[in-house]
Design a protein around this ligand. Structure first.
Ligand code: AMP
Ligand code: TRP
Length: 340
């Protein structure tokens, strides 16, 4: 149990964008699996950050569908609304309200140094870059600080955003008095990175790939089997873990090991004397068997939107209670007069 000195469970918060109809295996093994592991021993808050997703142009019906699909997949993957607080970011208005306050504390140069913003805006060009992309990390800081989170489970790519969150929290506290808990990033080791099956030196990602190397959780067993069987392998014949010389085999071993719970050594042993064909067949089987109940459960949940909405309402109410209290303290500390 992750308890603090006063015997209270540690607070965990994380968020994920509803930018696709399906999460992929990298999202699950790199992020969501940790959320599931942390929910029992911590006081965990997890949100689907639909406001962040507005930084990418999406059709309204698409955003709606993807938001619900994200919630359904998170539950199907093991988030239990009885154990954690699962909610949609836009259901709690305090996120936007605190974001504005934090924007007034963030230097223009400071925000300009965020590498994700620099990368994304460089790719799009300044005329096609929205201001929301610039303030994206500040809204993320609000997501975290509102819940007085101690730990934030995220991937390595989010390290700089967590640093900014800490800086903003500390800046506010020192200017206006102790208001926010300063969070720590809970960042996984490199082993949790899943690579593209067609380009095993690049991370599995929808945005940088044709899709042929991306295992989507909601895809059919046939499609996923085909993708795994067509995964790029390396020269040689041995099934050994060697990220430098055998990135393809190593990536498949990482997936096999993560889904079976066997360590890499034991996973390698399973394939001693076997060829690449047998190995890929076995990985495909493990992935398919693992994902089948997830896909079935997510589809079942999506059949009953009223039930999902009910769960989300309960989540939003629990989140709102915590967030409103922090926002009130923040407004008071700033000298904003309360409505009375
Ligand atoms: P994204 O879809 O890139 O916004 O990522 C959502 C979450 O999944 C973040 O916490 C990422 O760090 C994590 N993630 C995305 N792709 C991968 C990957 N290939 N391997 C491990 N984690 C990933
Ligand atoms: N920026 C995060 C990502 O791309 C998503 C996110 C938004 C988030 N708000 C958050 C993650 C708060 C952790 C905490 O993965």
């Amino acid at each position: 149990m992750a308890l603090m000195n006063n015997g209270v469970k540690e607070r965990v918060l994380s968020g994920i964008q509803p930018t696709h109809d399906s999460f992929h295996l990298g999202n699950y093994l790199g992020a969501i699996k940790q959320w599931v592991d942390l929910q029992s021993s911590n006081d965990a808050f997890y949100c689907v950050v639909d406001l962040h997703a507005l930084t990418i142009e999406t059709k309204p019906e698409e955003l709606k569908r993807r938001t619900l699909a994200s919630v359904a997949q998170l539950i199907a993957l093991g988030l239990d609304p009885e154990k954690c607080t699962l909610f949609i970011q836009s259901h709690v208005p305090a996120h936007n309200q605190l974001a504005w306050v934090l924007e007034c504390l963030t230097g223009f140069g400071e925000a300009s140094r965020m590498t994700q913003f620099k990368d994304k805006s460089q790719k799009a060009g300044s005329d096609r870059t929205v201001v929301g992309l610039f303030t994206y990390p500040i809204l993320q800081a609000a997501d975290i600080l509102l819940y007085q989170a101690n730990k934030v489970p995220v991937g390595e790519d989010q390290r700089q955003h967590i640093e900014l969150t800490r800086d903003l929290g500390q800046r506010f506290n020192s200017k206006f008095g102790e208001t926010f808990t300063i969070p720590e990033g809970y960042i996984l080791k490199a082993g949790a990175k899943i690579n593209d099956l067609q380009d095993p030196t690049a991370k599995m990602s929808k945005s940088s790939s044709s899709g042929a190397g991306v295992i989507e959780l909601m895809d059919s067993p046939e499609i996923n089997t085909k993708k795994i069987k067509s995964a790029v392998t390396d020269t040689g014949r041995e099934i050994t873990f060697d990220e430098k010389d055998k990135p393809g085999i190593s990536n498949l071993l990482t997936i096999y090991s993560a889904l079976t719970g066997k360590d890499i050594g034991a996973s390698q042993k399973d394939f001693e004397g076997k060829g690449y064909g047998d190995f890929k067949g076995a990985v495909a089987e493990v992935v398919i068997d693992y994902l089948k109940p997830v896909r079935d459960k997510a589809n079942e949940l999506l059949q009953d939107e009223a039930h999902l909405n009910k769960l989300l309402k309960i989540g939003a109410e629990k989140a709102d209670a915590v967030a409103s209290k922090t926002l009130k303290d923040t407004y008071n500390a700033l000298g904003l007069i309360s409505r009375g």
